[in-house]
Design a protein around this ligand. Sequence first.
Ligand code: DAT
Ligand code: MG
Length: 136
Amino acid sequence: MTERTLVLVKPDGVERKLIGEVLARIERKGLDLVAIELRTVDRELAAQHYAEHDGKPFFESLLEFITSGPVLAAVAEGPRAIAAWRQVAGGTDPVEKAAPGSIRGDFGLEVQYNLVHGSDSPESAAREIKLWFPNL
Ligand code: DAT
Ligand code: MG
């Protein structure tokens, strides 16, 4: 079944010039990029995007981090796109969870600075794509 998922290269990934690397891996996997935009995130968008984490100890530093510089936002499409992009990205903790060969496994060291975001379910994908790309 064809799905769409939200892709973010977070400020650490942009700063480290990994946009090309991330997009190349998404294309190599076979997913289609159907929208792509470089933007700066305000606190309101950040808080809505990470609403599920409101109240957690890392919430404030997460918002500070995601608003700290430009972010690459994209929508990728293909069969099982949500799981496929999560696999390419790797698990949340770049050391404990992300496999070598994944983006986080290859380039990440700390949980907060894990370089990329991917929607985690069809419901999240629909909500996040609407939030970031309301006209899509
Ligand atoms: P994911 O980005 O893999 O979907 P998540 O939704 O659980 O992970 O968390 C969102 C982001 O919040 C994650 O990419 C990095 C940060 N984060 C998660 N758990 C954290 C923790 N224990 N300490 C610091 N930052 C954390
Ligand atoms: Mg998540």
